[in-house]
Design a protein around this ligand. Structure first.
Ligand code: NAD
Length: 260
């Protein structure tokens, strides 16, 4: 049980982050959710977590591209709840383009949100975890932390960077009761992915089922999407006492993608 623990989950107004925040709340943790979106929808999710799981849930609008706002989010969570015991660095964006045309501002935004944000949040959260001799840091990496795909230079660079940050911090805090790990999903069924399918089917003149199996899941041997709940279950396991010796790892949950 995570009763009396507090978790901060970045990028948790949607998709994987929301599933992780809800799963941690289900285990009894108070949670800080974060991310962009419609204010009423976010408030509905926040209040829903409190009602459903009997925990406290706060919302931080901190922009993960801004170091000072990230440090502020961690400080506020410590003030409100007394501690940040679990930090999930999950916020992320994607942009696809050949390198020679890759917009400089997109490169900067992806490195900031997908990589530097984890540095800022970890840097701010580690002192409290060290004082309390307990902590769990979980970074949402990707299969793209281990292998590349063309036209995703910024994303692949940031995710490989996350793997390096994960290993480095794990070594630094190994004797402080703090574990640091990355989860590396393959294609995950999120609203973002789901919305592309009807248009892709129309554009290519094939069925939605064929789009899933032959276009999106071409690299994923199972030909099945990973679900957000599967990723969340792995995150919950990493917060458990049974996982105390798992640190500095990049754990694949990718239907066999990176085995090929
Ligand atoms: P999503 O778009 O559903 O969620 C992204 C979240 O990040 C949202 O809550 C969004 O508001 C938030 N966000 C974006 N920019 C932000 C900013 N500047 N400040 C604060 N929050 C911001 O996407 P998802 O698929 O759930 O992705 C979550 C993480 O999982 C990302 O790091 C992504 O790279 C990774 N991932 C996703 C997949 C996949 O197939 N969906 C696969 C591997 C890894």
């Amino acid at each position: 049980t995570l009763k009396s623990r507090t978790a901060v989950v970045t990028g948790s107004t949607s998709g994987i982050g929301l599933a992780i925040a809800r799963a941690l709340a289900k285990e009894g943790a108070n949670v800080v959710i974060n991310g962009f979106g419609d204010a009423a929808a976010i408030e509905k999710e926040r209040a829903g977590i409190e009602r459903e799981f009997g925990v406290k849930a706060h919302y931080s609008p901190a922009d993960m591209s801004k170091g000072a706002e990230i440090a502020g989010m961690i400080a506020e969570a410590e003030r409100d709840f007394g501690s940040v015991d679990i930090l999930v660095n999950n916020a992320g964006i994607q942009f696809v383009s050949p390198i020679e045309e890759f917009p400089v501002e997109k490169w900067d935004a992806i490195i900031a949100i997908n990589l530097s944000a984890a540095f800022h949040a970890t840097r701010a959260a580690v002192p409290g975890m060290k004082r309390r001799k307990w902590g769990r840091i979980i970074n949402t990496a990707s299969a793209h932390a281990l292998v590349a795909s063309p036209f995703k230079s910024a994303y692949v660079a940031a995710k490989h960077g996350i793997a390096g940050l994960t290993k480095t911090v794990a070594l630094e805090v190994a004797t402080d009761g703090i574990t640091v790990n990355a989860i590396a999903p393959g294609y995950v069924w999120t609203p973002l992915v789901e919305k592309q399918i009807p248009d892709t089917a129309k554009a290519r003149g094939i069925s939605e089922e064929e789009v899933k199996k032959n276009v999106l899941l071409a690299a994923q041997p199972t030909k099945e999407f990973v679900t957000v709940d599967e990723v969340a279950a792995l995150a919950v396991f990493l917060t458990s006492d049974a996982a105390r010796s798992i640190t500095g790892t990049v754990l694949s949950i990718d239907g066999g993608w990176t085995a090929a």
